[in-house]
Design a protein around this ligand. Structure first.
Ligand code: BGC
Length: 423
């Protein structure tokens, strides 16, 4: 009887322990007795992420339908939440919809922006990873001529020679935090300039002057809110310098690079404007700008002079067939241009003597070319020649086009033999 009682006692205790273990152990070890087996592959990555966050909690499937699944999440402190997750969500369209049924504990962190924030922390904040989108052309920008002007009038001309071209680049180029873009260009972003301007400089061995020119001109042109690019057209080899031919080449080569240029300023490299109200954007056309040069005691040497610096609208320059190509050596080509302009009854305008003031750089001049011995005979035939001598008869060979940090350099061969002139 004692033995039977004891067997029954141990059986009952064992049974009770088994029931207790079956009921509570899954909860103690974080396994719900009611979790169903679900094929997680048909749910989003986010769902799997979410499930990883509740290792010690009970996740109970409330409902599963064709659309998705509803979970009940049991926290330690009897907090219950329901989470809906769609089945096979389309790209970017998963709708994890978390709802608190009791509200004291924080919402479950279904990863969303958190991932993104953490990613951002490891990326440099000062530089965008992808290039900034190119700003769209804004046609509603105000006209630059209506913008409040920062022009001051007379300028201080710094004639000290920059140490080297790199020193000027360090001041101005975007490569060093400045504003001038590769090739020597710039355009305002706050207003719409009237013209796109090509500044053309005939060039040969004048690097000292070129440094001063670029240092002075880039800030000058930007203050005038111009959309511009500076070109030097360098004549290689030994033939006499052909200033007018180089201007013609500059006109053609600039348009090859950008057919939107509609205003051309033709200037010598040694001329620095002394007043920022002297506009380099074809306010009238044709225009003679270097009216009062210090070398000529700030007076016009003669009434019809058209040398130094002048500008043309593209159409006007084409109408007169550009400059003559036949002036090799110093002088005469600008007088020939004057005759072309006058033969079309075009009026040359000039700024006042106060505004059209210039400093001619003294340093860096080397032996000027000898005068062209044919000047007189050429000037006697200006009007007859102009239809066959100019842009339509231009001959040259481009040797290189280089976009330097502050200027576009076009190197050319231009020789008398190309025009069957005596060598
Ligand atoms: C020349 C021009 C020059 C002017 C001023 C004239 O004799 O023919 O080409 O611009 O002198 O130097």
């Amino acid at each position: 009887m004692k033995a039977g009682y004891s067997k029954m006692f141990y059986f009952m205790v064992g049974l009770i322990l088994a029931v207790v273990a079956f009921t509570y152990l899954p909860v103690i070890f974080g396994i719900s007795s009611t979790v169903k087996v679900v094929n997680l592959n048909v749910y989003s990555e986010k769902l799997r992420e979410m499930l990883k966050q509740y290792p010690k909690k009970t996740i109970e499937i409330d409902k599963e339908s064709d659309k998705g699944i509803t979970f009940r999440i049991h926290n330690n402190n009897s907090h219950v939440q329901t989470v809906n997750v769609e089945k096979n969500p389309t790209k970017g369209g998963s709708s994890d919809n978390t709802k608190n049924t009791r509200s004291k504990t924080p919402k479950p962190t279904v990863k969303k922006e958190k991932d993104f924030d953490e990613e951002k922390k490891v990326l440099p904040t000062d530089k965008p990873v992808t290039p900034a989108p190119t700003p769209k052309k804004n046609n509603v920008l105000p006209d630059c001529s209506d913008k409040g002007s920062k022009l001051v009038g007379p300028l201080f001309i710094d004639q000290s020679i920059p140490k080297d071209m790199e020193a000027v680049e360090k001041d101005l180029s975007v490569d060093f935090g400045g504003t001038v873009e590769k090739g020597g260009k710039w355009a305002p972003t706050t207003c719409k300039p009237k013209h796109k301007v090509a500044i053309i400089i005939p060039y040969r061995k004048r690097v000292v002057q070129l440094k001063s020119f670029l240092k002075h001109m880039h800030p000058f042109l930007q203050k005038q809110l111009l959309d511009y690019r500076i070109f030097i057209i360098e004549q290689l080899y030994k033939d006499p310098f052909n200033r007018a031919g180089l201007f013609n080449i500059g006109f053609v080569e600039a348009l090859k690079l950008d057919k939107e240029f509609d205003c051309f300023v033709f200037t010598d490299v040694d001329l620095l404007p002394e007043d920022d109200r002297n506009f380099y954007n074809c306010p009238t056309s044709p225009r003679h700008m270097s009216v009062a040069i210090d070398k000529f005691h700030y007076q016009l040497p003669y009434a019809t002079i058209f040398g130094g610096c002048g500008s043309f609208l593209r159409d006007d320059f084409e109408k007169i067939n550009g400059f003559s190509n036949l002036f090799f050596g110093w002088g005469g080509e600008d007088d020939d241009l004057y005759k072309r302009v006058r033969s079309y009854d075009m009026e040359i305008t000039r700024p006042s003597k106060q505004i059209g003031r210039y400093t001619m750089l003294k340093d860096g001049h080397h032996q000027s070319s000898k005068a062209d011995p044919n000047i007189i005979s050429l000037l006697q035939t200006s009007e007859q020649r102009m239809v066959v001598d100019g842009l339509n008869s231009l001959k040259y060979d481009v040797k290189s086009v280089i976009e330097a940090p502050l200027v576009t350099v076009v190197r050319v061969e231009l020789s008398r033999s190309m025009y069957n002139l005596d060598v």
